[in-house]
Design a protein around this ligand. Structure first.
Ligand code: BGC
Length: 765
């Protein structure tokens, strides 16, 4: 008995020593950094300090209305703190050289970029990535993105975007992880870990920037940049958790959002950027605005450039993206007593700290290794990972009569405006990508089946029929390949091709730029001309598989009712075509699950699974009852619920069991369920656990995701899946915004999606 106790004691002592050494090292490091920055700042003029707060856009990509003049001169004069969206190690080295050789204090620049879902090796759009429900893969994708970006000179990315959204009209749903705060939080952490690794000083890790802080995903009417207005209760419980998760994971920077919060734009909102972010959440990195976020406050009605710049600084902004407000107005504001020297110093210090943490003072060219740029970007290995990851993000929405996977030697008619279209595969925010190098579905099928294979092709129709709309969705040079032939002629050709085949694959959906920034839609149906194509293909009597490309949930009620198989592939990145072929041909069994609800029609929006019950809920399974909460003309149910996704195999859930019927404050509750792969293929299933707090001092959602596990089962295999719940899992923000649990009755649900679950009751004591 004695030895193990001693051993335990020694181990504990050793662990404590290690921990205190680590803490001491961290505080020594912190000390060193403070001394270094104190020294540097004692040399700096006011103008040089303001220069550090300035982040002009430069280089290849400019996303807003800002311009880029005389940047080199400004760098020399110490008026630039960093640059963003410059692409290539040569250009970055050249700009850095100006800063460290020609400016008075030789302070290095920080180089940012929108590395959103990969650098040159592009992964699926974030909404697609979130449907993998696989945190290891999420982290790996961010790791590879960081590796490639840092090999090309970038040390800071404006990602992850964690805005919860329940409104698919908003184009930027494509950039986030869907509607759920729990899933969104897990993803936020995985992405931050992936980008930043365990050591920011390494030359292959980069600083992350969680955005858009906060609530940007809830604009009125789904219109981009529109007003957001919500209760604190909803904010804390439903929208803020993923930002907090990123802060807890040690994210180095935060981007303020464009929208207002409680009537004050986020960029000038002291409650948000200081009281909540710094005081409550203990964030210790720096805050950058979004593109012209400061000057836009004038349009919001907050005053002229001088006034809004002072407001932003006082609120807690440290760096000004593009607006030139902090650089050009703060001196006057200081003279007039509208801001203090201490506020300016603090912002300057935070920017310098970020540069210090990235190791830029030690070596300003740390991320400028031309050799790495040649060997570490867009490698076959990275592309292989992208291919594997993409296949995990596809969601099989329907598969009547097991039409998929395709059978050997079937003659395939590949038809549709997205079939032979490399440009649209990567999806929105593919800043560093080379569209010509991505793999179209036609390429992918040919790669898989060989050149001898029987693949017939026709475009069938344009992505949209309206040339004005077509020009609006081609702004970033991702041509939609507008075909001048008439709709009638194109459909006739497609029908003739379909008739010669055994199976039709219809590659339809949105163009990449129909979602993303400033791409809101009020009608989220498949464009009418594409629906006409589908009708014509179905009329041939051939089996039709719809491969759906989209950056948002779409209202595809008609398609669900009429097309026998639907595979939703989002925008799958560089390797799109190969990954889709892998899934269509059964090399990979799909396992993606929706992270956002698909509505039946736009009138149901906002629609999400974790809604409240109301005082007049509609009985389950009913469409309409007078004086209940429902619609006259559409059921309450969504088209596809949160968490939904089929497989080529089937999974059965049985025997939901709880280890106890009562959970105590310090206790644990084990929830187990028996899962069987009852179909004909090996496959992965995302087992989902939801909770309902039956009685509360504030109303609680009808279900909340609190756990999930992605498990792989051979056909015929049964496994017991276990989850552990503790009192912490039952906490929520009450009416005083305290994070508490309340004793009483709960229900736990486990199942294959949010609407199809087994349930059991328990009590918290
Ligand atoms: C977007 C941000 C992006 C920034 C820089 C803005 O328009 O809202 O998400 O990081 O541009 O490109």
């Amino acid at each position: 008995m004695k030895t193990p106790t001693n051993l335990l004691f020694l181990l504990t002592l050793f662990a404590t020593l290690l921990l205190s050494c680590a803490k001491k090292n961290a505080s020594d490091e912190g000390q060193k950094m403070n001394v270094f920055i104190d020294d540097l700042m004692s040399e700096m003029t006011l103008e040089e300090k303001l220069g550090q707060l300035n982040l002009p856009a430069s280089g290849d990509i400019i996303t807003g209305a800002g311009s880029n003049n005389n940047t080199a001169d400004k760098i020399k004069e110490g008026k630039v703190g960093g640059l963003f969206n410059i692409k290539s190690v040569e250009k970055i080295r050249a700009a850095q050289q100006i800063a460290v050789e020609q400016s008075r204090l030789k302070i290095p620049l920080i180089f940012g970029m929108d590395v959103i879902h990969g650098y040159q090796t592009l992964f699926p759009i974030p909404l697609g990535m979130s449907c993998s429900w696989d945190m290891e893969l999420m982290e790996k994708s961010a790791r590879i993105a960081a590796q490639e970006a840092s090999a090309d000179g970038i040390c800071w990315t404006f990602s992850p975007m964690v805005d919860i959204s329940r409104d698919p009209r908003w184009g930027r749903v494509s950039e986030g992880s869907g509607e759920d705060p729990y899933l969104g939080s897990q993803i936020a952490q995985a992405m931050v870990k992936g980008y930043q690794g365990d050591d920011l000083l390494k030359n292959n890790t980069i600083m992350a920037c969680v955005k858009h802080f906060a609530l940007y995903g809830a604009p009125e009417a789904g219109r981009d940049y529109n007003t957001v207005d919500m209760s604190r209760n909803r904010m804390y419980n439903e929208y803020l958790p993923p930002y907090l998760a990123a802060v807890d994971a040690g994210v180095g920077s935060v981007m303020a959002s464009f929208n207002e919060i409680d009537g004050i734009p986020a960029t000038g909102n002291k409650w948000l950027l200081t009281d909540l972010l710094r005081e409550d959440w203990k964030f210790n990195g720096f805050v950058v605005t979004d593109y012209t976020g400061i000057s836009e406050m004038t349009e919001h009605g907050m005053g002229n450039l001088q006034e809004v710049s002072a407001l932003a600084l006082r609120a807690g902004v440290d760096m000004d993206m593009v607006a030139d407000g902090l650089l050009t107005t703060l001196k006057q504001s200081l003279d007039e007593g509208k801001v203090t020297q201490q506020e300016i110093d603090q912002a300057c210090r935070r920017v310098l700290e970020a540069k210090y943490k990235l190791g830029l003072f030690e070596d300003p060219y740390r991320y400028c290794d031309e050799n790495r740029a040649k060997t570490e970007i867009f490698t076959p290995e990275n592309r292989q990972v992208a291919r594997e990851i993409a296949a995990q993000t596809f969601v099989l929405l329907k598969n009547e009569d097991q039409l998929l996977p395709l059978q050997d030697k079937q003659k395939i008619a590949l038809i549709g405006p997205l079939a032979d279209n490399r440009e649209n595969m990567p999806g929105t925010w593919s800043v560093a990508g080379d569209f010509a190098k991505s793999v179209s579905l036609l390429d992918g099928l040919k790669n898989a089946l060989g050149t001898e294979a029987n693949i017939l092709y026709a475009m069938g129709t344009n992505i949209v029929a309206d040339s004005l709309l077509d020009s609006r969705i081609s702004i970033f040079g991702k041509p939609t390949k507008w075909d001048k032939r008439s709709q009638k002629e194109m459909i006739a050709e497609a029908v003739a091709v379909a008739r010669k085949s055994d199976v039709v694959i219809a590659a339809v959906g949105e163009a990449a730029e129909m979602s993303g920034e400033a791409s809101s839609r009020s009608d989220i149906n498949l464009p009418e001309n594409q629906k006409e194509l589908l009708e014509a293909l179905l009329a041939t009597g051939k089996p039709v598989v719809m491969v759906l490309f989209t950056g948002r949930p779409l209202t595809i009620s008609w398609e669900k009712a009429n097309v026998p198989a639907i595979l939703n592939v989002w925008f799958a990145g560089t390797e799109a075509g190969n990954s889709i072929a892998d899934v269509l041909l059964g090399k990979v069994n799909p396992s993606g699950k929706l992270s956002a609800t698909f509505p039946q029609n736009v009138g149901q929006i906002p629609i999400f699974y974790n809604h409240k019950n109301t005082g007049r809920p509609l009985a389950e399974g009913k469409w309409f009852s007078k004086f209940r909460s429902n619609y006259l003309d559409v059921p309450n149910e969504p088209l596809f619920p949160f968490g939904f996704g089929l497989s080529y195999t089937t999974f059965d859930y049985k025997n939901l069991k709880l280890s106890e019927s009562t959970l105590t404050k310090d206790g644990k509750l084990t929830v187990s369920v028996e899962l069987t792969n009852s179909g004909n293929y090996d496959g992965a299933e995302v087992v989902q656990l939801y909770l309902r707090d039956m009685v509360g001092t504030v109303t609680r959602p009808v279900k909340e995701l609190k756990g999930f596990q992605k498990v792989f089962l051979k056909k015929g295999e049964t496994r017991t899946i276990e989850f552990t719940l503790t009192e912490k899992d039952l906490r929520f923000y009450n009416s005083e915004l305290k994070f508490v649990s309340e004793p009483g009755d709960f229900k736990v649900f486990v199942g294959t999606n949010s609407a199809n679950v087994l349930e059991a009751p328990f009590t918290l004591n």
